[in-house]
Structures are given as structure tokens and as C-alpha cells.
Design a binder for this molecule. Structure first.
Ligand code: ACO
Length: 473
């Protein structure tokens, strides 16, 4: 049955990433790897990380309160709150319940939803849950809110430069400027040990880097095929790369995004779609005899497709790579941070355009879906979303740490992970006004947060306070 609500999707967005970062070039020198390995080999520029005063809860509190304040949303208007995260702080208590502090203050405890976890896919599961709720008969007319929050940290070694951290909040409702094309969706879910976190005493994953790359590309192939099938079923014509204006990928590191888009070109060639020109066909024909497994291992194929896809990549993918290259992998927030980059770069020309999204979570779960964009009405317009997020300023005002300081911070965080009975430095000198920070974990593992004062944004319409200094600690 068709939903009564039309154009359900994202009405508003806010992104938060820590102001502390380390340059990848400096990390190359520090780690003693060859020059260019992280910057060209992985395609990364910079990596954000949480210091001891920030974590996934403080980042999500910041993103949510900032979104509500900047768009003038009364916390009572939220009816569902879903969180996607793979950064486990508590095996029972959800991050969503920490966020309830913002809503309880305003007398709103009538909010459905909890956390979704499966590696980098949890944010997409949370988003689908919220969209499905708004489209369902149990929708009560209020907004949904989705939060993706993660701190991506790796043990010392080749995966370490693929870390990052961020939280993204997305307001969900009908008549959205970023509307789901609900019919076109392709998923691929399977059992794999490519990246997982079996050691509950450590924040670091166990990762089979090479396998995770192949799993990602196999899932991409499968999702793209299914997305194309759905498109053909409903539209009666073939789908190919020319049928979308932008492609946005989950971005563990930029090189994988380049390889992914190139792989989709090979997929168009293999499906013999009419939009693939003769010159491209000519260059790819020698690879048509490869088995599927061989095609994932072929360096020549990878090189040829990347070269052929480059002009299309520059036009349709590159505008969505800024934040992932500058901040790093943000796990659940990574795909949506790439999308935020697109809005930041192209908001004035996005109306009427189709954006294809590819979400991947190790283990593994993946979905390809798409948005159809329109300009939208203030405050829910693409222009205002770009203004509110203020990405340029957020990136510019960061503080670069030397690699030694980054490593020192990682050591302290290892020690603090799962620990109790400590007080943080409460040093908020690098944080912007309105940012939440961790103050204490008490002897019963209870976590307490403060909010840096001096926020000059317009306050929410909540009647009972300004949301600062939760718990009175
Ligand atoms: N200049 C330019 N390029 C270089 C240089 C150099 N000096 N040195 C190496 N490179 C290139 C390599 O050729 C390679 O490029 P290619 O992939 O095009 O061949 C690239 O840099 C990476 O180098 P490798 O030696 O192949 O790989 P490494 O051992 O550094 O590990 C990996 C990279 C596997 C990505 C690792 O960082 C990792 O495990 N990351 C976490 C897992 C991950 O993110 N997986 C993705 C999906 S799952 C998820 O999202 C968590």
C-alpha cells in the first residue's frame, strides 16, 4: 500500500567532528612508511580524533542539540530517535538513552527508537527505521531524528591511518528536500570475518584489510546489480552511471571510493549497457574473460577502469569526498559525511538531481539506495542546510596535533576504555561554544557530560532550560 506521506526523507542535517586532528603527511614521516603511502596510496589528507574529553556520546549530544537549536525545533516535536553506532561504550544502555537528557528536560519522554549496530551500516539501518516510521500507519505527525556517531580507532599498524571521528544528526519527515526514492533499493547481506570487534576489552577492531576491501567491492557489485534490476522493473529501462548525477560511498579511505566507482563502470560494461562508449568497450574487452574472483584480484583491470572512470569520477564522485578525506573514516557517519560534502560543495545546483548512496558495514551488510533532491522551503532548504553545517569554517578552525601527541592520546584512550572512577581534565579550550564534553566516569561506570558555555546560536523553543550542564556535574 502506498504511503500517505510524500517525499519522506532528510529535512535538516548537522555534522560535528572533533577539532583535534593529525595530518596524514606528518603520520607518514612519523610511522616511517614511504612518502605518499597515506596521502596518495590511501588518498587521505587528515584524520580527526577524540581526545579524553570527547566520545561518541558527547559528539552526538553536540550534533543533536546544535541541530535542534539552529533549526528552531522544539524537542517535543521529535517522536522517534534512532542511533547508529559501532563504538560500544555500554553493552546494555543505548546511546539513544543518553541523548534523552536533551528531551527529558523539555518534558518529552515519548520517543521511540534505540541503537542499531553492525559496523559502519548502523546509521543506514537507523535511517531506514525512521523513514519507515514516518511512512507507516503508526506515525504520529512528529519528526524522526537519526544520529550516526563513531570514533574510528585502530591499533598501531597499517590500519591506523584509516581512523577518524564524527557525529551526524538528520531530521526526518515528509516533503523533504532530500527525499528517498524508496522503490530503488538493493541490499547484500552475508557472513564474513573481514572487520569485527570480538575483544570487548578493547576499542580496536580485528581487521583483515585485504579481505575487507574485496568484501566491500563484492557487496557493491551485488547491490548495484539489484539496484539496477529494481530501476528497470519500475522504470522499464536500463540504469547506468549516466542516470544519476552523483554517487556517494561509504568512505573508509578515498582510494577505495575511487576503486568502487571504477568497479561500477566495469559492471556497466559487463551488463552491456548502451551508455558505455566504444572506446571504453575496446579497452575493457580483454578483461571480459576473467572469472568474477579473478576480476577482484586483477591489478590491470583496476588500473584500466580507474583511468577510464576518471572524468566521470571527477564530475559525479569527487564533490562528495571532502570531509572523508579531511576527517577520515567515521564508520556509521562516513557515508553521510560524504553526502554532507556534496551539499557543502554543490547545494545551489542540486535541485532535481538524483544521488545514489552506497552503505557498507563489515560482517557484512550493504545497501544501495537513492535520493531525489529539491530546493526545499526555509528552514529546510538545501541552501540553509549548507549554511547551518558551516563545513568550511569547521574544517578551517581545527587544531593540528603532531603525530606524537596523537599517539599519546591513543594510549590514554586505550587505558580509559571500559575504565571507571576517573575525572577528565575538563579541558575545553579547543572546543567551540555549545560542545558537550566528558567530565567524569564515576565508581559505578556512570558517565557525566558538560556543555561548553557561551553558545551564541538561537535557543530552542524548549520552555524548561537551555540544555546545558546535564546531570549538574
Ligand atoms: N606512494 C603512493 N602509493 C603508495 C605508496 C607510496 N609511497 N606506498 C603504498 N602505496 C599504495 C599501495 O600501492 C596501495 O595502493 P593500491 O590499493 O592502489 O594498490 C595503497 O597504498 C595501500 O597500501 P597497501 O600496502 O596495499 O596496504 P596497507 O597494508 O597499507 O593497508 C588497508 C591498507 C588494508 C586499507 C589498511 O589501512 C586497513 O586495513 N584499513 C582498515 C580496513 C578498511 O578500512 N577496510 C575497508 C572496508 S571496511 C571498513 O569500512 C572499516
Amino acid at each position: 500500500m502506498a504511503s500517505e506521506q510524500k517525499n519522506v526523507g532528510i529535512l535538516a542535517m548537522e555534522i560535528y567532528f572533533p577539532p583535534t586532528c593529525v595530518q596524514q603527511e606528518a603520520m607518514e614521516a612519523h610511522d616511517g612508511v614511504s612518502k605518499g603511502k597515506y596521502t596518495i596510496g590511501l588518498g587521505q589528507d587528515c584524520m580527526a580524533f577524540c581526545t579524553e574529553v570527547e566520545d561518541v556520546i558527547s559528539m552526538s549530544l553536540t550534533a543533536v542539540s546544535s541541530l535542534l537549536e539552529k533549526y528552531g525545533i522544539d524537542p517535543k516535536e521529535i517522536g522517534r530517535l534512532e542511533v547508529g553506532s559501532e563504538t560500544v561504550i555500554d553493552k546494555s544502555k543505548s546511546i539513544k538513552t543518553f541523548l534523552m537528557q536533551i528531551f527529558e528536560e523539555c518534558g518529552n519522554t515519548d520517543i521511540e527508537g534505540v541503537d542499531s549496530t553492525n559496523a559502519c551500516y548502523g546509521g543506514t539501518a537507523a535511517l531506514f527505521n525512521c523513514v519507515n516510521w514516518v511512512e507507516s500507519s503508526s506515525w504520529d505527525g512528529r519528526y524522526g531524528l537519526v544520529v550516526c556517531t563513531d570514533s574510528a580507532v585502530y591499533a598501531d599498524g597499517p590500519a591506523r591511518p584509516t581512523g577518524g571521528a564524527a557525529a551526524i544528526a538528520m531530521l526526518i519527515g515528509p516533503d523533504a528536500p532530500i527525499a528517498f526514492e524508496s522503490k530503488f533499493r538493493g541490499s547484500h547481506m552475508s557472513h564474513a570475518y573481514d572487520f569485527y570487534k570480538p575483544n570487548l576489552a578493547s576499542e580496536y577492531p580485528v581487521v583483515d584489510g585485504k579481505l575487507s576491501q574485496t568484501c566491500y567491492l563484492m557487496a557493491l557489485d551485488s547491490c548495484y546489480k539489484r539496484y539496477c534490476n529494481k530501476y528497470e522493473k519500475f522504470e522499464g529501462k536500463q540504469f547506468s552511471l549516466v542516470d544519476a548525477d552523483y554517487f556517494v560511498f561509504h568512505s573508509p579511505y578515498n582510494k577505495l571510493v575511487q576503486k568502487s566507482f571504477a568497479r561500477m563502470l566495469f559492471s556497466d560494461f559487463s551488463r552491456n549497457v548502451s551508455s558505455v562508449d566504444e572506446a571504453t568497450k575496446e579497452k575493457l574487452r580483454p578483461f571480459s574473460t576473467l572469472t568474477v574472483d579473478e576480476s577482484y584480484q586483477s591489478r590491470d583491470l583496476e588500473k584500466a577502469t580507474q583511468q577510464l572512470a576518471k572524468p566521470l569520477y571527477d564530475a559525479k564522485v569527487q564533490p562528495a569526498t571532502l570531509i572523508p578525506k579531511q576527517v577520515g573514516n567515521m564508520y556509521t557517519a562516513s557515508l553521510y559525511a560524504a553526502f554532507v560534502s556534496l551539499i557543502h560543495n554543490k547545494h545551489s545546483t542540486l535541485a532535481g538531481q538524483r544521488v545514489v548512496m552506497f552503505s557498507y558495514g563489515s560482517g557484512l551488510t550493504a545497501t544501495m539506495f537513492s535520493f531525489r533532491l529539491c530546493e526545499g522551503k526555509h528552514p529546510f532548504s538545501l541552501k540553509n542546510i549548507a549554511t547551518v553545517m558551516n563545513v568550511g569554517e569547521k574544517l578551517k578552525s581545527r587544531h593540528e596535533f603532531p603525530p606524537e601527541k596523537f599517539v599519546e592520546t591513543m594510549k590514554l584512550m586505550e587505558h580509559r576504555y571500559g575504565a571507571k572512577d576517573f575525572v577528565t581534565s575538563k579541558d575545553r579550550s579547543l572546543l567551540s561554544p555549545g560542545t558537550y564534553y566528558l567530565t567524569e566516569v564515576d565508581s559505578k561506570y556512570r558517565r557525566f557530560y558538560g556543555k561548553k558555555a557561551g553558545d551564541n546560536t538561537t535557543s530552542t523553543t524548549c520552555e524548561n532550560g537551555n540544555g546545558s550542564q546535564n546531570n549538574g556535574h
